[in-house]
Design a protein around this ligand. Structure first.
Ligand SMILES: [Zn+2]
Length: 105
């Protein structure tokens, strides 16, 4: 479902993230080409992430201007794909699909 390019750019973000979870959005153009739009993880805690409303609004404008569809919210775990309790609470709220990516070897 994720293109290899998307996976590559997420992997690149993980390398730079210094152990913090990486979060961003999967955008898709009319031809079905994916791109990963990273947003800041504002959570100060390990094993968690938080996206501000400001960043989300910015993403929506970015997508709108470029005729891109917002396909999913992506964040990374360094251990397993299990949703945390916070994940679970949030993912039930929105209408955007959630994708969790793990970099566990
Ligand atoms: Zn999570």
């Amino acid at each position: 479902m994720l293109s290899s390019e998307t996976i590559d750019s997420i992997a690149h973000c993980i390398q730079q993230s210094q152990g913090q979870e990486v979060c961003g959005f999967l955008l898709c153009d009319n031809a079905g080409k994916q791109r990963f739009y990273r947003v800041k993880n504002l959570s100060g805690e390990p094993h968690s992430f938080f996206v501000s409303q400001l960043d989300f609004d910015r993403l929506r404008r970015h997508a709108q201007r470029r005729y891109l569809q917002i396909k999913a919210l992506i964040h990374t775990h360094d251990s397993g794909l299990e949703l945390s309790s916070v994940d679970r609470a949030y993912s039930n709220e929105g209408e955007i699909m959630w994708i969790v990516v793990t970099n566990q070897k």
